[in-house]
Design a protein around this ligand. Structure first.
Ligand code: EPZ
Length: 421
């Protein structure tokens, strides 16, 4: 196991590029299962979640190669199994996205129930409801879910919650259904638009991603396609906050301004300068951040995946801030760890009240999931003295070469072995 040693009080300065989006490449890898020929995914991030998903696809019989320029080449033509490896599935819950594509291609799928994780309950009832509506029978026994295609026809479905994963699962399965599927109250995240682009490149007929009504006209078959994965807007946001929490100035070259509007607005409220130019986003921290309130909401609201990171920033703000987490029921784990660094955070259910302190102090802290890990690294960059962040395998799930990027901006973040583990 490894940990990061982070030296504090070093402003981040310079230009950096974000990697391809974890939450785009994972569903797109699942969609590739439906292709009748190989797919090439450019700008795929080299993350542990992507490596695990690659092993899951290989377990189904596909071949997955990473080329030297960071593209994934997936050949699904040799897939001969519908059973998703249980141990691997526990590592990457988003392998639940394989249900729709495998039902569409194989007529059958067996997955293990994806465990919850450290951000709370992660039910999949909306996924199951959508796949049943398309025509699958679903049986749950001994921790497995076995689904079988009885018929596979287009539907008109309204999602109780604009669930990203459920929207994606139904969208993919519907591509090969007979007739038209309409998904209402669909999630509008940019990663869903990226998935639509890939599906249509495969010969699907999907319209409306990015809005709350998505229309899929079923087709006979899908062929392989090339696609470039969109930049990771959560990594972009994490680096933007890095600039502000250290009082530095960072340009994220390949950022898409529209994808980070909610965060941009908050950072300006906090007193930072944010400029979009032809080649990315430049963020400058100006003095001590001002307190503000944050409420996480489905896109285009403030993203839950940026909540731990902005909590770190508000921990040193001038004043008291309130964060309301409306998406997950327990995504404040980082509050305790920030408290070890001197932050004053009181949690009341889905609300956190943060009384800003002038400065944090370095300490040994534990990453419990990937975004809380990122938040602790950001806090360490700002704190006085050295911070040791343990459990960084969580960070490696969603941040490619995180310490290298931060060091290229002037930080001191060393990956060292955690020999107490
Ligand atoms: C995706 O998870 C992301 N993961 C998450 O990113 C992100 O936090 C989340 O969307 C919300 O934006 C990937 O895309 C791989 P949801 P997902 O279904 O699809 C409830 C990260 O840090 N719900 O939109 O699992 C659920 O409990 C990760 O990169 C049901 O009740 O999220 C939650 O409260 C963390 N029933 C809400 O909906 C269901 O069937 C939103 O979940 C499905 C979800």
């Amino acid at each position: 196991m490894y940990m990061f040693e982070v030296e504090g009080r070093r402003p981040l300065r310079g230009t950096v590029r974000a990697s391809g989006a974890k939450n785009a490449v994972l569903p797109i890898m699942a969609a590739a299962v439906m292709a009748g020929s190989p797919c090439v995914l450019h700008n795929s991030p080299d993350l542990s979640d992507v490596r695990t998903m690659s092993k899951i696809l290989e377990g189904l019989g596909a071949t997955v190669e990473r080329t030297s320029d960071g593209s994934l080449v997936i050949d699904p033509t040799t897939i001969d199994s519908h059973v998703v490896d249980e141990m691997l599935m526990r590592q990457v819950r988003s392998s639940i996205f394989l249900m729709g594509p495998l039902l569409a291609r194989m007529g059958k799928v067996q997955v293990s129930y994806p465990g919850g994780c450290d951000i709370g309950q992660r039910p999949i009832d909306l996924h199951i409801k959508g796949l049943k509506a398309l025509g699958a029978s679903v049986e749950e026994k001994h921790g497995h879910i076995i689904a079988e295609r009885l018929r596979w026809e287009g539907i008109d479905i309204h999602l109780d919650i604009p669930s990203v994963g459920a929207t994606e699962n139904i969208m993919m399965g519907a591509c090969l259904a007979d007739g038209v599927t309409i998904i209402r109250n669909a999630a509008k995240e940019p990663e869903i638009v990226d998935l639509q682009t890939f599906l249509n490149a495969m010969g699907a007929k999907v319209r409306g991603a990015g809005t709350d009504v998505i229309r899929i006209e079923g087709v006979e078959k899908l062929h392989g396609a090339e696609h470039t994965i969109m930049p990771d807007r959560i990594e972009v946001g994490t680096l933007m906050i890095g600039a502000v929490i250290t009082g530095g100035e960072v340009t994220v070259e390949n950022a898409v301004a529209e994808h980070v509007q909610a965060l941009t607005s908050k950072l300006r409220e906090i007193g930072a300068e944010v400029h979009f130019n032809g080649h990315g986003i430049t963020v400058r921290g100006k003095g001590r951040p001002r307190a503000t309130d944050v409420k996480t909401l489905p896109y285009p609201g403030f993203p839950t995946d940026m909540q731990p990171q902005i909590m770190a920033l508000l921990s040193i703000a001038d004043g008291t801030s309130v964060i309301t987490e409306t998406i997950f029921d327990s995504r404040f784990k980082q509050a305790e760890e920030l408290g070890r660094m001197g932050a004053k955070i009181r949690r009341e259910g889905r609300t956190a009240i943060i009384k800003g302190v002038p400065a944090l102090s370095g300490a040994m802290v534990e990453a419990t999931d990937l975004r809380s890990g990122a938040s602790l690294v950001l806090a360490g960059l700002s704190a006085e003295g050295k911070t040791v962040v343990r459990g960084i395998h969580n960070i490696d799930r969603g941040y490619e070469r995180f310490e290298e990027k931060l060091e290229s901006l002037g930080a001191s973040v060393k990956r060292v072995s955690d020999n107490r583990r």
